[in-house]
Design a protein. Sequence first.
Length: 64
Amino acid sequence: MEPIAVTVRGEGRWVLVHRCTHCGRLRLNKTAADDNVLLLMQLAALPFTMPPFPYADAGRGPGS
């Protein structure tokens, strides 16, 4: 299993999303008080490092 994402459930509880490296099955695991908060933040910010479009185009409107 490898951690691939973080999500937030009710009451602000963080949950790790893991994917099986063999079959691809997804599982959710609650975070624990002793989990590394910096690593959780890195995982949470990962989507911002791979946007679906180039940042350079983000400020331009249609037809610019």
